[in-house]
Design a protein. Structure first.
Length: 422
């Protein structure tokens, strides 16, 4: 298969799909497809609300946008970058992936290649997605059409580690297709590729990348809780331990977003389906999922020590996005803090310069505010946006009443300017 004369369709134009489409669009004819009509409209106008791609980058690429399924029939290679969330029971929700597979089953032709990038558990591509394509298309896998898996490695908001300079894992449903997939990504990935021996190996590699981070952060969160009880500053301990060359530089905090707080549930779901109940992974998940409640309990204790009446108090939460300098609200754990504060009948204001008020209201029912001077009994610095760092301790102190509690989750402010650090 000569890849250079192929037309590529990217299915899903979010944080993963759009940067990929732009890069492929520099060398190939590319269709960017998304079912969200408003998303297509904004991209056609030359703007990306996720801020992953600049207006100049959008303008300088051979890329067309559409939500018309019929236009996909002109492509030969389909790359699926739809979300893979979890449901309310923390089980994998493959609905977007299955729907994308159904759609592709209706448009693919003889010899076409479907590459999945969405994070899944080992086996999902060949056990869940491919049978759907076969059923809808009436074609036979590895005879009439082929598949690959190349897990996404996008870090939203990171302007240093971009799609082209992060090494890419690739795989294919046959040795020949694996080479085709590898060469396809090599054409745009400056950092190079790693060709896995099978689709399952590539799927497993992806899902453990974030599981490993989740478990490590859970350990640091537990250490932070212990050090707090011992009246020891966690950051000082981590900085001291970090002087050893092989100490891993993790920090305590909220674990949200579309990867680290989600991917472990995909792996544990698959493990349980084959009769193994994971211990460490799920323990880490429980600990990390409980950090919002822990933060609020610490704030309330400090407020009581200062004789601040908790019920009816005014607390400002600074930051709502799941990480710094990024508008992404998906699976943000700041919402756990907001919900827990409301359980104490505390009046909660939330401010965030990165996300839109409309999205905050639509997703979580939280209107964003401009903070009022001298109004707050407590402030939680929840996200390390550059704007908050630039505003500094003096500005944040000015938002508070004379007696107040400032809780810095992100070590953004000087130690002597806050009451609690995580």
């Amino acid at each position: 298969m000569n890849i250079m004369d192929k037309k590529i369709a990217i299915i899903g134009l979010g944080y993963v799909g759009l940067p990929l489409a732009v890069e492929f669009g520099k060398k190939f004819s590319v269709i960017g497809f998304d079912i969200n009509q408003s998303r297509i409209k904004e991209l056609v106008s030359g703007t990306d609300s996720t801020m992953e791609v600049t207006d100049i980058e959008l303008a300088n690429t051979n890329l067309t946008f559409s939500n018309d399924v019929e236009k996909l029939k002109s492509a030969n290679i389909y790359i699926v970058t739809v979300p893979t969330p979890i449901n309310e029971h923390k089980q994998p929700d493959l609905t977007p992936l299955i729907k994308a597979s159904e759609m592709l089953g209706g448009v693919i032709s003889q010899g076409d290649l479907i590459i999945y990038e969405s994070t899944v558990y080992p086996g999902a591509t060949e056990e869940e997605c491919i049978p759907v394509v076969e059923q809808v298309s009436g074609m036979s896998f590895n005879t009439d059409f082929f598949a690959g898996y190349s897990p996404e490695r996008i870090n939203p908001g990171d302007k240093e580690h971009r799609v082209t300079n992060i090494l890419k894992v690739t795989s294919g449903s046959t040795p020949e297709i694996a080479e085709v997939v590898d060469q396809l990504y090599k054409s745009i990935i400056i950092a190079g590729t790693h060709k896995a021996s099978s689709i399952k190996v590539a799927e497993a590699a992806k899902v453990i990348e974030n599981t490993q981070r989740d478990v490590n952060i859970a350990l640091i969160n537990e250490l932070s809780i212990i050090f707090n009880k011992l009246n020891i500053d966690t950051l000082e301990v981590l900085e001291a331990a970090g002087t050893k060359w092989n100490f891993l530089p993790f920090r305590p905090g909220l674990v949200g977003g579309h990867c680290i707080g989600v991917d472990p549930y995909y792996l544990t779901h698959k493990a349980q389906s084959v009769g193994y109940h994971p211990e460490m992974i799920l323990a880490g998940r429980r600990l990390n999922d409980g950090m919002g409640k822990y933060v609020v309990s610490q704030l309330v204790k400090e407020m009581l020590k200062k004789r601040i009446h908790v019920e009816g108090a005014n607390v400002l939460v600074m930051g709502l996005t799941f990480k710094e300098n990024c508008p992404d609200l998906r699976n943000t754990k700041v919402i756990d803090i907001v919900d827990e504060l409301k359980e104490y009948n505390i009046n909660v204001d939330v401010t965030d310069p990165w996300c839109s008020n409309e999205e905050a209201v639509n997703e979580y029912g939280i209107p964003l505010v401009q903070p009022c001077k001298g109004h707050y009994d407590g402030i939680i610095v929840a996200v390390a946006h550059d704007q908050f760092k630039e505003q500094g301790a003096e500005y944040i102190h000015g938002l508070c009443k004379k007696t107040r509690v400032i809780y810095d989750l992100k070590y953004l402010l000087p130690k002597n300017s806050v009451d609690i650090r995580l």
